[in-house]
Design a binder for this molecule. Structure first.
Ligand code: BES
Ligand code: MN
Ligand code: ZN
Length: 499
């Protein structure tokens, strides 16, 4: 998907389709929509008067022009109530436009105005960024393993702005939105890839290729290197797998920030979770290829952070491991001691995410972080608590929590704070080891977070349980496809800029 910005009049654009908009309740269109309406001899006004189109959010009407405008088609998109229009609505309307045009086979290139620029509190740059994000997110396609090429939607979009003095600002915002959207789509690709294709070494290679293309520094530790660091808890999870575990470290440090205390993201990258010896039921086990979505979000966010050029030092760590059962696998009852020297007792080999994170959050202490945020598809229980409406937020620092809630509001990726009371340590006190990796069903989301916290070392830390939002079994809306959602990428980019 290629998006560019041009000064001009939308009515004069020789694209396959031009896109204008309408707020709900408007009977006489003004601005660019009004100009196109006049050029079409009032066709849009008549459409409204007929009652067939009211500007409701998510609605569209396609008109076939017979002269008057340069393009053969005009799409009118409803933006809903003007007072409710925000960046989220702007993103969604752009995604709706893309999906509608993708069904219109003749449209490869469309031209659009920026929806809602200058309306209410929405500044033109924010509206333009949202337009680009929504378009790129809607244009996402899953990796294709079929012999037949998939049908392609529009490939080019020209954003048209009449006011020449705005063009440079809008162009920058559109580029930013497209870069962030590409980061989300990278995370989706990684998460959607089949588990035989995307095993830990393959995931590390993709991260490395991305780093080379964007100028990030990339270090990959294999099992021998992790063993030398005593990362024995992480390595135990990997023992039942024929695929070697990898710890991927991506660093973004623009000139002058090399000495800054970094913001660090850590992602759970279980490329497939069978449950290990505590094996999962086979029904829907195939969805466990997405169990690396936290790590995928970190890699996607790091790409976007590099491309956008965030002005601070950020480190992304992806802990990539496959959880399999075999003769070498770790067992329930095992006692493991990792990097911190704290012993842990294994009750379930299926509670493996917190195990690999225990060593990963201990590893990042060496960077003397300003803050650490981990993302993990950690528990089925988070979906019981929150449905698919928000990821669970667990932390030990009020400033970091406030910054994350702010980034959540900005990005539209919802978080909801969950309790971290000391009492949640009780159920995970071990009998022989200091802690155990499962505290039973009650309070399972909070005890899993407490387990990870136990291995953090003094720095502000937050944990996002994204198990309920990282993938979807249905298409949720025009920008959220079936399969991997890429949840977390936009949130992390926002946090990196605002914290
Ligand atoms: N990857 C799963 C969590 C998960 C389950 C994500 C279902 C999405 C859908 C995780 O490794 C796991 O198996 N968690 C267990 C923990 C339990 C054994 C303490 C769970 O949630 O059942
Ligand atoms: Mn598991
Ligand atoms: Zn898992």
């Amino acid at each position: 998907m290629e998006i560019s910005v041009q000064q001009g009049n939308i009515a004069e654009q020789a694209a396959d389709c031009i896109v204008v908009n309408l707020f709900e309740g408007v009977t006489e269109p003004a601005g660019a929509t009004g100009a196109v309406d006049k050029a079409l001899n009032g066709a849009i006004s008549r459409l409204i008067a007929s009652g067939d189109f009211s500007g409701k959010a998510g609605s569209t009407a396609l008109l076939y022009a017979d002269g008057g405008v340069a393009a053969p088609r005009v799409l009118v998109v409803g933006l809903g109530a003007a007072e409710k229009f925000d960046t989220k609505a702007a993103r969604k309307s752009a995604a709706t436009v893309y999906k509608t045009l993708a069904k219109t086979k003749g449209v490869k290139h469309f031209a659009t105005i920026v929806h809602g620029a200058g309306i209410g509190g929405l500044d033109p740059a924010a509206a333009a960024q949202a337009l680009a994000e929504g378009t790129v997110l809607a244009a996402y396609r899953v990796p294709n393993y079929k012999r037949e090429a998939p049908e392609n939607g529009p490939e080019r979009c020209t954003v048209v702005e009449f006011d020449g003095s705005r063009v440079a600002t809008l162009a920058q915002a559109v580029q930013r939105g497209a870069q962030i959207g590409a980061g989300v789509n990278l995370a989706r690709d990684l998460s959607n890839e089949p588990p035989n294709v995307l095993y830990p070494v393959a995931m590390a290679q993709r991260a490395q290729a991305m780093a080379e293309a964007t100028g990030l520094r990339c270090t990959v530790l294999g099992e021998a290197e992790m063993s030398a660091l005593n990362m024995n808890i992480l390595l135990a999870v990997s023992r039942g797998s024929a695929n070697e575990a990898q710890l991927v470290i991506l660093e973004h440090a623009p000139a002058g920030t090399e000495q800054q205390a970094p913001l660090i993201f850590v992602g759970k990258g279980i490329t497939f979770d069978t449950g290990g010896i505590s094996i999962k039921p086979s029904e829907r086990m195939e969805e466990m290829k997405h169990d690396m979505s936290g790590a995928a979000a970190v890699i996607g966010a790091m790409q976007a952070i590099a491309q956008v050029g965030v002005a601070r030092r950020v480190i992304g760590v992806a802990a990539c491991v496959e959880n399999m059962p075999d003769g070498n696998a770790f067992r329930p009852g095992d006692i493991l001691t990792g990097m911190t020297g704290k012993s842990t007792e294994i009750l379930s080999t299926d509670a493996e995410g917190r195990l690999i994170l225990a060593d990963a959050v201990a590893y990042v202490a060496r960077f003397e972080p300003k803050a650490v945020v981990d993302l993990a598809t950690l528990t089925g229980a988070i979906g019981i608590a929150l449905g698919t409406q928000a990821a669970g937020l667990f932390d030990n620092n009020a400033d970091l929590e406030a910054a994350l809630m702010g980034a959540s509001a900005q990005s539209g990726e919802r978080l909801w704070p969950m309790p971290m009371w000391e009492e949640y340590m009780e159920p995970i006190k071990g009998d022989m080891g200091e802690v155990k990796n499962s505290g039973g069903r009650g309070g399972g989301v909070s005890t899993s977070a407490k387990f990870i916290e136990h291995f953090t070392e003094g720095y502000p830390w937050a944990h996002l349980d994204i198990a309920n939002v990282a993938w979807s079994t249905t298409e949720r809306d025009a920008m959220t496809p079936k399969g991997a959602t890429g949840f977390g990428v936009r949130l992390l980019v926002d946090l990196a800029e605002s914290y």
